[in-house]
Design a binder for this molecule. Sequence first.
Ligand code: UDX
Ligand code: ADP
Length: 469
Amino acid sequence: MKITCIGAGYVGGPTMAMIANRCPDITVKVVDMNQARIDAWNDPDLSQLPVFEPGLDEVVSEARGRNLFFSTEVNEAIQEADVIFISVNTPTKTYGAGKGQAADLKWVEKCARQIAEVADGEKIIVEKSTVPIRTAAMIKSVLNGVGKGEKIRVLSNPEFLAEGTAVSDLSNPDRVLIGGDDEDAIETLAAVYAHWVPREKILKTNLWSSELSKLTANAFLAQRVSSINSISALCEETGADISEIARAIGTDSRIGPKFLKASVGFGGSCFQKDILNLSYLCDYFGLPQVAQYWRSVIELNDWQKRRFAEKIIRSLFNTVAEKKIAIFGFAFKKDTNDTRESAAIYVCRDLLIEHAHLAIYDPQVSIEQIISDLEYVGIDNARELVKSGVITTVEDPLEAADSAHAIAVLTEWDEFRSLDYDKMFEVMKKPASIFDGRDIIDVTATRRIGFDVYAIGKVENEEAGWEVR
Ligand code: UDX
Ligand code: ADP
């Protein structure tokens, strides 16, 4: 069997690498129009892969050149494939109808049209990208338009992997979901996964349920984070501790312990995009109450990010102008180089608007990425701010802390737990503050050192007296 995947991004790359790794009898070709990305996947130095995921280098190295290939020859790969995955980007629309809400399906449609144009014979198209419900109908129409609808089947097979844990999620998924209306096609795809996934974990369903399940799963997960974050604000006002609440409610088997970590706000390429998309669909189908219910999950998240930045500003005597603030972490969560919708972008933006100076430390994120993210949220002069030293990136957290008034922990990189905070305190301006947006700093120990510490969902140190109500 031959599999082609269009799109060598965060989803297509790791997913196809795992399929190739576990199915030596299947030839897998990943194609992308982005030459630089394909070159990076082909780079002999596996540390330069375009996607940073723990363990991915090993998975790729075992299969690459054997039955896993990366190329820009899209048409050729479409022609030779039995199964074609579409794993292209489906970001929120930035123009026209549905701007800021609907998913932009132009890349999916382009793929469908390209397949319709060049494919011959029987094939299966698999929607891997997260798409709105009924996208498969669009793909089918495109195929029918050129008379290929009979020979080319369309399946929905959403990917549930989370970034940073892609390899373990792919090797041991909770479930694989396949939606379609053709039993043979469904079974062909199920047989691929059955190389390593137990049959009982391969769920078969119809197209529309499969498409909507993905949006629903992400909406539920994001809702849990907003729910715990809403209670974190109440904890700070009342003296309850959000970690204790999470522990207490998480032991209820109906609630469960996962995804109850209060934070500065969720980020990532999926949660916000998928909820906006879900709300848009609800409005479209005449369900404004449902749309508003899900939108409130995002509103709460936006408020949580803003609240955190405001807390920093208020605590530093209502001004951060020309004060250096050490930013620990810029990625949207640990163990990834992805910054899409990262809470750090918005917190940094709010601080820059107040003329703060930022020294950013993140073990995986480049300065170019930071500039482009800040420009995207309205800091148009981000590049000049870098040139003039208002924004710097550093290789070492201690360098970030040097002469800083505060440390803001925005990503939960493990290394932040074991830094030498005594040394940090020594080199910082006094009073020195820590704002922990990830609940990873030892509050008691750092307060003992002399820091004023604010941690999401924890009561403030009354003695420090750094918030006058
Ligand atoms: C998510 C879904 O988990 C995954 O199934 C889907 O395929 C894609 O979207 P991802 O965005 O990679 O995956 O990361 P996830 O681990 O879900 O975290 C999303 C955001 O929520 C991160 O910013 C994370 O820091 C935050 N989060 C998560 C919390 O703040 N608290 C939690 O308890 C869990
Ligand atoms: P995701 O997180 O969903 O994987 P990414 O943006 O990381 O999304 O990756 C999507 C990839 O799809 C990009 O590398 C982009 O160049 C590629 N792509 C989009 N449209 C096409 C197309 N028509 N042909 C080939 N590659 C495409």
